[in-house]
Each structure stands twice: as structure tokens, then as C-alpha cells.
Design a protein around this ligand. Sequence first.
Ligand SMILES: Nc1ncnc2c1ncn2[C@@H]1O[C@H](COP(=O)(O)OP(=O)(O)OP(=O)(O)O)[C@@H](O)[C@H]1O
Ligand SMILES: [Mg+2]
Length: 437
Amino acid sequence: MLAMLALIYWQTVVYATQQTDETIDAEITGLAEQYRQRGLAGLVAVINERSKPERGSSMLYLLTDQRQNPLAGNLSRWPDLEVQADGWMRFQLSDDGRRKGGPHIAQATSFVLAGGVQLLVGRDLSEVTAFRNRIVAALASSGALMLVLGLIGGIVLSRRALARIETINRTSDRIMAGEFGRRIPLKGSGDEFDRLAQNLNAMLDQIERLMAGMRQVTDNIAHDLRSPLGRLRSRIEVALIEPPSTERYREVLQQTIGEADHLLATFTALLDIAEAEAGSPRGQMVPLDLASFARDLADLYEPVAEEKGLRLTIETGPGPIEIRGDRHMLSRAIANLVENAVKYTPAGGTIAVKVAGDGGMARLTVADDGPGIPAEERERVFDRFYRLEASRTTEGNGLGLSLARAVVRLHGGTITLEDNGPGLVAVVSLPLAPEAG
Ligand SMILES: Nc1ncnc2c1ncn2[C@@H]1O[C@H](COP(=O)(O)OP(=O)(O)OP(=O)(O)O)[C@@H](O)[C@H]1O
Ligand SMILES: [Mg+2]
């Protein structure tokens, strides 16, 4: 703002002052020309003509002889001249009745012409001064106005910004105080504050969803552990009511150990899932060949499948399929897929395990021709403790697929269930190990 005002001042006042200098210079050149052509008499005539008051000119002239007696001009006497640093002379012009407004400053320059005649040419600066004063006054008042408006604008704008931040603060205070459902109100203008509020709201929604998920899991755990514990307790109670018999006690204790083992296995599985989901493998990630890994696993389950009247085939291609992984965790995850296929496929069925590598990913599939899983349930079976209605009679906790997914994700891979028409195919994709060397 200051720079702009300075520029305006420069463009007007300084320009006007320069104009004065130039006018006087031009006048001198003109008069010198007259003197050369028409002599002293001609010069006197021209000056008298130009000094006539009715011309209303602000130019000042004075022509005197050697003794400073006026010959022509509109100044009555030779002023007390004082040469300034810029080469111009300035003097007070007293009010001679012809000019109004009291004494004012004039600017002039003087010469001695041939023959001792002295010439003074100047200009009354009252107009220039008045002009400058008006400009300075106008600049000062507009500067003051801009300052006031700028201040008001600044205050209003910052107030508005602070008010929005205050709203966010108030809302977060209430959320911290326990109103978890509360959200930051939006203005709908789509500005930065709205976007900030939107992001914070989305974050709160996400946290709420995660918390609901956690609550669901803990509820499920509590519910699913209650029934085996209840069974365990009533079995012991019944044994105590019955007439004492070492034989019977032994039998009940053995059953109790079985139940306790089952509970322990459930807890172990839950802890394993939690650990895998936390993203920290207990063992080391080592290079391993998924093809031979799957062949070993198939060898292990071959007798179990055969016993149930199932055929288990394995197809891996000739070469090794190198990945990096935690051997123990991966074998638990993949074993569960084979186990599920064996468990849920009725006698006479076929289970096919295949391993292939393509496009930077290793692909392991376990396909069966059993009852399969309806499309709308294929995601839910990955939830902890979730089992299909039809499987209630078979052994199991509903934790196997949760563990498999957590482990595969820990290895940077994905696991999905697809239709095998009929049956189910579990597809595991794991990143191939980067080529060594
Ligand atoms: N190959 C399959 N064919 C049909 N249904 C399956 C198959 N695999 C899984 N399911 C269904 O998905 C549910 C969840 O499987 P998951 O492996 O998580 O638990 P589970 O086998 O019941 O118990 P766990 O593996 O903990 O012993 C199973 O209860 C079953 O209903
Ligand atoms: Mg299972």
C-alpha cells in the first residue's frame, strides 16, 4: 500500500515540479532568441507583453539595467536571491496586490546579458504547492482509509477462521467427554475447514467402526468360550452327584482334560491370530519353496483323506516356487485349508492342491467338490468363530480361516474363496521372493 502511494506521489508531484523547471528553461531559451534577433528594445516589448496581468500566467519576469533599475517585467524589484543546491534560486514572493493568498514561494534563475542588462525568469510556485498539498492530503486520507478497511477486513477474516477452529475444538471436547456419535458440523462451502472437518469425521467413523468390530470379536469370544466351560462344569457336577466310583471319576477327568485341551487350543489360535494381525511374525521370514512345502503338506494329509474315502492330488509344476515366509505360520494357515476340504467334503470326493507362480505372485489353490460356501457367506467365514449352519455338527471353532487370512496378509498376500462348481476353491496369492543375485 505504501509503495502504491509513493508511486502515485512520484507520478504527480514530482512530475509537476519537473514541468515547472522545463517551463522556465523553455522560456529562457525563447527570450534569449528574441534578444539576439531584436535587441534590448525587442526583449523589453516581449517581456512587457508576457507580464500583462490579464494573461493570468504564473511566470515571473524582471529585466534591469546594471544598477538594478527595473526596465520591464512583473516584479517591482530585484529579490534577495539565494542559490539552492539544485541550481535554482528560491525567494519569498510578497503579496503585491496582484496575487492573492499571502506570500508564497517562487523559483527563478537569472542571467547577465551583454551590456550588463540582468534578466530574471521565474515561476510562482503557489499553484504547484497547492497541487502538491492536495495530492498529499488525498494520499494521506486514502492511506488512512485503506488502513482502517484493512484492519477491519483482517479482524473479520481471522475471527471467522478462529470461529471455525473453535467449533472443531468444542466438538472434539464433547467427543472426548464421551459423546462418540457427535461429528463436526460442515458449512457445505467445501473450503479447507470443511475438508479438515470431513477428514476428521471420516477418521472418527473409521475408529468407531474398528471399535464396533473389536467389541463384536470380544463378544464372540466370550460367548463361544462360555458354552464349553459350562459343559465342563456340569459334567464335573453330575459326576459328583452320582455315587462315588473311581472308574467313573477317571472317565470324567479324562473328558475334562479333553475339554481343557480344546479350550487351550482355542486360546492359542486366538493369540496366533492377534499376533499375525499385529504384524509381527514370531519366527523369521526365511526363503522357502512353496512347491515342496505344499507337497510335504499333501503327503501329511494324504492318509487322513484316504481314510475318509477322499482322493487328494497335488500338482506343482517342475521348478521351485520361491517365496519368503514364516514356515510355522504358513503351514498352519495352509494346513487349515486342506483340513477344511477334508472335513467338509463327503466321501468319494476329490481334493486338488495346485501351486503355480506367475506375474510376481505365487498362487496356491485348494479345490474340493464338496457342498461349497454360498457367495454371500464367503466373506463372513473369515470372521472369528463364524461357522456355517451346516457345519455345526463337525468339530471346529471357526477360527481356521481367520488365522489363514491373518497369516497370509502378514506375508503381504491375499486369500479368497471362490466357487468350484460344485465345491469350494481357496486361492492364496503370495509375493514371490525377489530374484537372488
Ligand atoms: N472347503 C469347505 N467346504 C465347505 N464349507 C467350508 C469349507 N471350508 C470352510 N467352510 C465353512 O467355513 C467355516 C469356517 O471355516 P474355518 O476353517 O474358519 O473354521 P472351522 O473349520 O469350522 O474350525 P477350525 O478351522 O477352527 O477348526 C466352516 O465352519 C465351514 O462352515
Ligand atoms: Mg477349519
